[in-house]
Design a protein around this ligand. Structure first.
Ligand code: 9D3
Length: 249
């Protein structure tokens, strides 16, 4: 996967690209990431990328010409890339969307700054518009990192053998089960005994129960459209009975 990132702050990505699974994916040629400085395509002595809004008002607007030029030149290097504007007005970035984007060969992520970008850039230069959530950022750069991170880990061989994106929470609409490591007692608190039993079937059902109940308590919205397996139904009924017993004395 070939990522181009158009930004006026390319240095923001240095540390992100130098660590963890993203770094390893770059080293193993699973992804290539090229931050492109929009300012390099700006004209004039000051190479300005923004200007005052027509009609007045606070703040500045990103000029269309440097952005258009930066997109055109980056497209020459990543010909079959989708050009995605990162914007609070975009469609929500979700795990299914990450999976869809992971099928492409290239993505050009355009990071806005200031109050926004000149609307005319959308006519010929932008294929899609994506938001990472309903909160206000100061620019698209953190959103670009979120997307590159989420897409990269879905690419074949990006995670290495041990982990696998197939067994993710969200792929089966459940949160992860509770996890424990040493020491066996921390601040007076032990660990569920079944995890020491060595009985893998028991451990698997404990983990399913942990996943289900944690999802029910922390993110009940995720269970809204879920189809429950017979084992999942049995776990939920067991908890129902326990609660009914509690309230009926
Ligand atoms: C004062 C500016 N705004 C009114 C609240 C509009 C605005 C413009 C630009 C708000 C945020 C931004 C910068 N944000 C992004 O570029 C952005 C973003 C976001 O803010 N939230 C979630 N996803 C994204 S993707 C890009």
């Amino acid at each position: 996967m070939d990522f181009g990132i158009l930004t006026i702050f390319p240095e923001i990505f240095d540390s992100f690209l130098a660590h963890g699974i993203v770094r390893r994916a770059i080293e193993n040629a699973i992804i290539r990431v090229t931050p492109v400085n929009i300012r390099d395509f700006a004209e004039g002595k000051h190479r300005t990328t923004d200007d005052r809004p027509y009609g007045g008002g606070a703040g500045m607007v990103m000029k269309p010409e440097p952005l258009a030029e930066a997109i055109a030149r980056t497209r020459e290097r990543i010909p079959d890339a989708a050009v995605i504007m990162l914007s609070p007005q975009g469609r929500p970035f979700t795990q299914p969307l990450a999976q869809q984007l992971a099928l492409r060969n290239g993505l050009i992520l355009v990071c806005g700054r200031y109050e926004g970008v000149d609307e005319r850039i959308y006519t010929s230069y932008i294929d899609d518009e994506i938001s990472v959530g309903d909160y206000v950022l100061t620019g698209g750069e953190p959103a670009a990192m979120v997307m590159i991170d989420a897409v990269t880990r879905l690419l074949p061989d990006a995670l290495g053998g041990a982990d696998s994106a197939g067994s993710d929470s969200f792929s089966d609409q459940l949160l992860e089960y509770a996890q424990y490591t040493r020491p066996p007692v921390f601040e007076g608190e032990g660990i569920p005994e079944v995890l020491l039993s060595g009985n893998h079937a028991d451990i698997a059902s404990w983990r399913l129960e942990s996943s289900l109940i944690r999802t029910l308590l922390k993110r009940p919205d995720l269970l809204k459209d879920k189809e429950f397996s017979d084992r999942e139904k049995a776990v939920l009924k067991k908890w129902c009975r326990a609660v009914e017993q509690l309230i009926s004395g």
